[in-house]
Design a binder for this molecule. Structure first.
Ligand code: ASP
Ligand code: MG
Length: 433
């Protein structure tokens, strides 16, 4: 008997029929003799609809009230799910985030979990009940207010519950079969991975892969939680996201973790991201302190800078250009902040480009293999695609390209690293969540 945490995303509980299907899946797990704790998202597009409604009554809704509103979405699905399980003859009890002991900081709309005290959940489990917890929400002890964890926060709820309850596995259900070597909607030959290391998953999630939320993967990595990403719409095994250090120990429970991993491909996957923009600052005086001034201004605007490139300065002018990427949604504020300080910093002009795409190849094998960048650049050159920026980490290489070239680039690179599967991947209609 194991303790299994399951998370069901909005697309898995979109209507009454789906809720009953999920209830059956939960009951089957219980019947197999396991203790089950479920974190559930709001039904379908409920969160978007509530946000829309809020914006209709107030241009900038009060953050406290917005969290009160949004957290209600998950209360609806948790109660309906518990009812559906009851009607199948099983004991189920639903809990809000605060009842479940999900303690967060006070940051409305993007709260961080600081502690989990699942006392009531343990009691319910001891009494033989299936436990259902509203995802995406918590409670702050100082303000005594309800908080939400940010979009997609139910993944984090599930992982945090798994860590606090010392669960054997945290199963994250969505409408895709698992983690793929690339987004199957972009690269039809993408293959489902049986296993991926949590450090590789973290890089993929940080660079555009949407199947798991980065904060949940971070939390899992920090607390050694084993994630199993799988589909509500099929019974096939999904992908295990595992901390390399725990691989041996877990392989008794999960045979797919056994064996020799030396033969694994150097690149685990290709991530694509169309959500970034590029700002170029032209004619920056090439003297000490200018980069510091610029990025202080950008940071103060709240923008989250990703890649940075500085050109060699032209000897004749003593000036240089600096380009950086940031989320499209942060660009307007960053541009305004920079323009306001133009005279002080002394640069010549600003260029904004929101037609870029970012492609990243990720693989722990890069540590011990040379030639990964050469293969990447070769594949892009053969496809006639121009590279605008490059950045690397220990296990990742990212390039910025024209957004229009991104899909073609991803397919070419996927092939070049030998990742193509024999058949096209199954893509279910849906959001990928
Ligand atoms: N319902 C929330 C959202 O749509 C949380 C989640 O789905 O994980 O962002
Ligand atoms: Mg949702």
């Amino acid at each position: 008997m194991a303790l299994i945490v399951q998370k069901y995303g909005g697309s898995s509980v979109a209507d009454a029929e789906s809720i009953k299907r999920v209830a059956k899946r939960i009951v089957d797990t219980r019947r197999a003799g396991h203790d089950v704790v479920v974190a559930v998202s709001a039904m379908g597009d409920t969160t978007d609809e509530l946000l829309e409604l809020a914006s209709e009554v107030a241009p900038i809704p009060a953050p406290r009230e917005l969290d009160m509103l949004l957290s209600s979405g998950e209360r609806i699905s948790m109660a309906l799910l518990a009812m559906a399980i009851h009607s199948m003859g099983f004991e189920a009890r639903s809990f809000t985030g605060s009842q479940a002991g999900m303690i967060t900081d006070a940051h409305h709309g993007a709260a961080r979990i600081v502690d989990v005290t699942p006392i009531r959940l343990r009691e319910a489990l001891d009494e033989g009940a299936i436990v259902i917890v509203a995802g995406f929400q918590g409670f702050n002890r100082d303000t005594r207010d309800i908080t939400t964890l940010g979009r997609g926060g139910s993944d984090t709820t599930a992982v945090a519950l798994a860590a606090a309850l010392d669960a054997d596995v945290c199963e994250i259900y969505s409408d895709v079969d698992g983690i793929f070597t690339a987004d199957p909607r972009v690269v039809p030959k993408a293959r489902k991975l049986e296993v991926i290391s949590s450090e590789e998953m973290l890089e993929l999630a940080a660079n555009g892969a949407k199947v798991l939320y980065i904060r949940a993967v971070e939390y899992a990595r920090r607390h050694g939680v084993l994630i199993h990403a799988r589909s509500t719409f099929s019974s096939t095994e999904g992908t295990l996201v595992v901390d390399e250090a725990r691989r041996e120990e877990l392989s008794t429970l999960f045979p797919q973790l056994q064996g020799d991993h030396m033969e694994e491909p150097v690149v685990a996957g290709v991530a694509t991201d169309l959500s970034q923009a590029k700002i170029t600052i032209l004619g920056v005086p090439d003297i000490p302190g200018k980069a510091a001034e610029i990025f202080k201004i950008v940071a103060k605007s709240g923008a989250n800078v990703d890649m940075i490139v500085q050109n060699i300065s032209a000897a004749t002018t003593g000036r240089t250009d600096i380009s950086f990427t940031l989320p499209k949604s942060d660009a307007a504020l960053a541009l305004r902040a920079l323009a306001a300080e133009q005279d002080d910093v002394g640069f010549e002009s600003l260029v904004h480009d929101d037609q870029i795409g970012k492609l990243s190849v990720v693989g722990a094998g890069m540590r011990s293999n040379s030639g990964v960048s050469a293969t990447l650049f070769d594949a892009l050159s053969a496809a006639g695609i121009n590279i605008e920026m490059i950045s690397t980490s220990e296990i990742r290489i990212s390039v910025v390209l024209r957004g229009d070239d991104l899909a073609e680039a991803a397919r070419a690179v996927h092939t070049a690293f030998g990742l193509d599967g024999e058949v096209d991947a199954t893509v279910y209609a849906g959001t990928g969540r």
